[in-house]
Design a protein. Structure first.
Length: 84
C-alpha cells in the first residue's frame, strides 16, 4: 500500500524509529532494556524518500528529515473538533 502523506501535511506526528538503543540500568542486569526512539513534530514535507517534520527543542525550531527506511510506524494526531 502506498500512503498519501500529503493529506496529513500540518498534522502533528509521532514517528517511531526502527533503530533502538540498548540501555543497561545496572551492572547486575542480565539483559539490557531497550528505549524506543521517536521523533515528534508537525509534518511539513513529503518526499520520495522520507518525511520532513518540524518541532521545537530548547526554544529553537528544528527540522528533521526522516527516511522511510528508518520508520517503524507513525502516529498521526488528528485535530480535535470542538462541540458546539
Amino acid at each position: 500500500m502506498k500512503m498519501d502523506w500529503g493529506k496529513y501535511l500540518g498534522f502533528e506526528v509521532n514517528i517511531i524509529m526502527k533503530e533502538y538503543y540498548g540501555v543497561v540500568q545496572t551492572s547486575k542486569m542480565e539483559e539490557p532494556f531497550y528505549e524506543i526512539v521517536f521523533k515528534t513534530g508537525k509534518l511539513t514535507g513529503v518526499f520520495d524518500d522520507g518525511l520532513m517534520i518540524t518541532g521545537k527543542y530548547e526554544n529553537q525550531i528544528v527540522e528533521s528529515f526522516v527516511p522511510f527506511e528508518s520508520i517503524k510506524c507513525v502516529d498521526i494526531f488528528h485535530p480535535v473538533k470542538k462541540e458546539r
